[in-house]
Design a protein around this ligand. Structure first.
Ligand code: PEP
Ligand code: MG
Length: 560
């Protein structure tokens, strides 16, 4: 297939890759009206066989992983073989349920007991549900759901991937990620960029591509080539080389060509991210999404556990700054231990700082852990709150941070109200960082997890840029620094616009820093200001992009 036959999605994590497809199958639920088993004893026997086959698969996997993973898989296999589980299935079969429904009901009973027991057992609920999902799929004659165990490098293709699934992917074997759904600012896209895996979302009919089909993926342009011919493969390699060349040889603290400094920082979510990013040429951490540490936890992490992980993160950055965001739970990042129950509109509900106000115990434990780790490492730790809407909330958070012995406090500006009233919000704290992902979601009234709304969520939306300008104006009035840590910061062309609007730090997946640094080095501050003006004067995101590209250095076409 030639370059003309590319399919188009949205590139969300740069880089190119060629490899065979491995499809991720979604979990299947038992049929809604599954008929009662006509022979409960025979069905019970069948379920035992299926559970044994699931246990055997897990044993098989255990033989090929490291010691820690081995223990978990062995424990999960034991749960599949637990006679108590089969006996609970028998009970549901006898009461008139079909086999898949009986497995589901029996597993959920066990999960409830595990959750009530708390601690280690509660942490096993995810594994137990994995056993259930495999058993239900096998009973229905389907393939196991989830990310298959990879033995060879592959391009992972899915309808969508949950952030927890993405976090569990093996970086050494996943060449690229392609999803049919998912938005460019979804947490899956963010994680892929952080892990340095090329990724494309919103690829039409991606799930219909057969396992083993070879794909060539360009995570910058969003192009995907099915069964690429040698010429297409060669073109992809050339693209990578051109981009690498355009990155030039800039290093160290970033600045525009006339010397205006812009701190380039890393977004991280785990200690491993910190260790990877800490080894790179970045000025520190601009956003540590602490909730990423605990996505699969059923119980709240202890103080000691948090001190240990924060210490590891701060050590990776030495004396460089470390901006830590307190838990941003809720909406698309639910944390089981911070669940406040069903909400009609979770993105507009008790998420972020609002949840911390409801559960101050969680916030205080986290702040104590951060203060302890900061003291132990002597790091420049700055703490910021997610989802701040008002100056009162900013003041409440600042008080709590100071009470816990942390000197530097900031807020995220991701709610339009906070952007419009940034002067008052910033009067309460030391700095702000604009979360353009949520700010776009709330400005355009478009759910960021809904890939079909990607056009509205485009960070080039002039309305979004107007709000960034308003926030920067508030920062200037209050005499406080303001950064951007949403995905907008990682677009080299848009980074110039943000700089022109008055932003003084940009935080992104560490792998994106070289391109943004190169872009800044090619332009002076007055040009960035002119670009900002042109973008805000435009009528649409595309017009804004075109207008800015018209003012940009010719090498920018290879950087974007
Ligand atoms: C944002 O909203 O832009 C942001 C940086 O936070 P998150 O993506 O984690 O919601
Ligand atoms: Mg956000």
């Amino acid at each position: 297939m030639s370059a003309l036959d590319a399919r188009h999605g949205i590139g969300v994590s740069p880089g190119t890759a060629v490899g065979p497809v491995v499809q991720v199958r979604p979990p299947v639920r038992p049929p809604a009206l599954e008929p009662a088993s006509t022979d409960p004893a025979a069905s019970g026997q069948l379920v035992r066989q299926i559970l044994e086959s699931v246990a055997a698969t897990l044993d098989d996997r255990a033989a090929r992983v490291d010691a820690a993973a081995q223990q978990i898989l062995a424990a999960t296999a034991m749960m599949a073989r637990d006679p108590g589980l089969s006996a609970a299935v028998d009970k549901h079969l006898a009461s008139g349920r079909g086999p898949a429904t009986a497995v589901d009901a029996a597993t959920e009973e066990y999960c409830a007991i595990f959750i009530a027991a708390g601690g280690y057992l509660a942490e096993r609920v995810t594994d137990l549900r994995d056993v259930r999902d495999r058993a239900v799929a096998r009973l229905l004659g389907l393939e196991d759901p989830g990310v298959p165990e990879l033995t060879e490098p592959a391009v992972i293709v899915a309808h969508d991937l949950a952030p927890a699934e993405t976090a569990g992917l093996r970086r050494d074997l996943v060449l690229a990620i392609v999803t049919e759904s998912g938005g460019p600012t979804s947490h899956t896209a963010i994680l892929a960029a952080q892990m340095g895996i090329p990724a494309v979302v919103q690829l039409p009919h991606a799930v219909a591509i057969g396992d083993g089909t070879v794909l060539a993926v360009d995570g910058s342009t969003g192009e995907v080539f099915v069964d690429p011919d040698p010429a297409t493969r060669a073109e992809l390699v050339q693209r990578s080389e051109r981009r690498a060349k355009a990155l030039g040889t800039t290093s160290g603290p970033a600045a525009t060509s006339d010397g205006h400094p812009v701190a380039l920082l890393a977004n991280i979510g785990t200690a491993q991210d910190a260790e990877r990013a800490g080894a790179l040429d970045v000025e520190g951490v601009g956003l540590f999404r602490t909730e990423f540490l605990f996505l699969d936890r059923e119980t709240a992490p202890s103080l000691e556990e948090q001190v240990a992980v924060y210490t590891r993160v701060f050590e990776a950055f030495g004396t460089r700054r470390g901006v830590v965001r307190t838990l941003d739970a809720g909406a698309d990042k639910p944390l089981a231990f911070a669940d406040l129950g069903h909400e009609e509109n979770p993105a507009l509900g008790m998420r972020g700082l609002r949840l911390s106000a409801e559960r101050p115990d969680l916030l205080d434990t986290q702040l104590t852990a951060l203060a302890t780790a900061a003291r132990a490492t002597g790091s420049d730790v700055r703490v910021m709150a997610p989802m701040v809407a008002t100056a009162e909330e900013a003041a409440w958070f600042a008080r709590r941070v100071h009470e816990n012995g942390l000197p530097t406090v900031g807020v995220m500006i991701e709610v339009p109200a906070a952007a419009l009233r940034a002067r008052h919000v910033l009067a309460e704290v030391d700095f702000a960082s604009i979360g353009t992902n949520d700010l776009a979601q709330y400005t355009l009234a478009a759910d960021r997890t809904q890939g079909e709304l990607a056009t509205l969520l485009d960070p080039w939306q002039p309305a979004l840029l107007d709000l960034v300008a308003a926030a920067c104006g508030g920062g200037r009035d209050a005499g406080k620094p303001i950064g951007v840590c949403g995905e907008a910061a990682a677009d080299p062309l848009l980074a110039l616009v943000l700089t022109g609007l008055g932003v003084n730090s940009l935080s992104m997946a560490a792998t994106r820093v070289p391109a943004v640094r190169a872009a800044l080095s090619l332009h002076d501050l007055p040009t960035c200001a002119a670009m900002a003006e042109a973008a805000r004067a435009a009528r649409s995101p595309q017009d804004a992009r075109d207008a800015v590209l018209g003012l940009a250095h010719r090498l920018m076409t290879d950087l974007v």
